[in-house]
Design a binder for this molecule. Sequence first.
Ligand SMILES: [Fe+2]
Length: 222
Amino acid sequence: MPRAPIERREVLRHLASGLGLIALPAWLRVPGAYADRLDPTPRQTAGPFYPDPLPLEQDNDLIILSDSLTPASGIITHLRGRILSLSGEPVRNALVEIWQVDANGVYLHPRSGGAARRDPHFQGYGRFETSSSGDYYFRTVRPVPYPGRTPHIHLAVTPPGRQRWTTQCYIRGEPGNARDAVLNSIRDRQLRERVLVDFRPRPDSSLGELDARFDIILNLRA
Ligand SMILES: [Fe+2]
C-alpha cells in the first residue's frame, strides 16, 4: 500500500492526538494546503433517540436552562472542534446539533428508559452555527453508559444547502468501547480512532470540568 503523503500523515497524527488541527504547524494550517488529502470522519447512525419533541431551549449551553438556577447534574464538559472539508477549508455557517443522555443515562425521548430519573435541569440537545473558522462549541456533561451502549455524544452537521450528516463521538479509554456494536461497526481501526475523543481535565478547574475536542472532516462532494 502506498504511504500517505507527509502532510496527510501529519494531519492525521494531530487528529489522533486529540489536540486537533489547531496544533498543526503553521504551514499546514493554511486552508487548502493539503488539498483533498484528508479522510472524511466516519458517518454513524442518528439512532432512535433524536429528541422528541425538541426542547424549547436549544442553545449551546446544555447545563443551564434559562428559567433555572440549578445546573444539570454530571461532569461539566466543554466540547469543541472544527468542521472542515476534505481540503481543510472551514465549513462556515453549518448547523451543528448534539444530543445525548443526561448524568442518569436518560435521553430527551419518550422511548428512552428510566424517564422517571431524567434530570429536569439538563437540556439534552443543543445547536450551534459554525463561525467563519468552522469552529463549534457546546457546554454539556460527560455522557454515561446506558444499556447496550458505551458513553457517546450524537452530532449532526448540516452545511448550508446540504443534507444533514450524523456521527457519534466516544470517550477514549472507556472500558465499554470494545463491546459497543455501533462504534465497532467502523471496522477499520484507524477510522475508529477518528471518533474517539480525549476528555481531558480542564486545567485550573475547581469543579473538575473536562475539555473535549472533536474535529469533523466532511466530504462535501458526496
Ligand atoms: Fe445514543
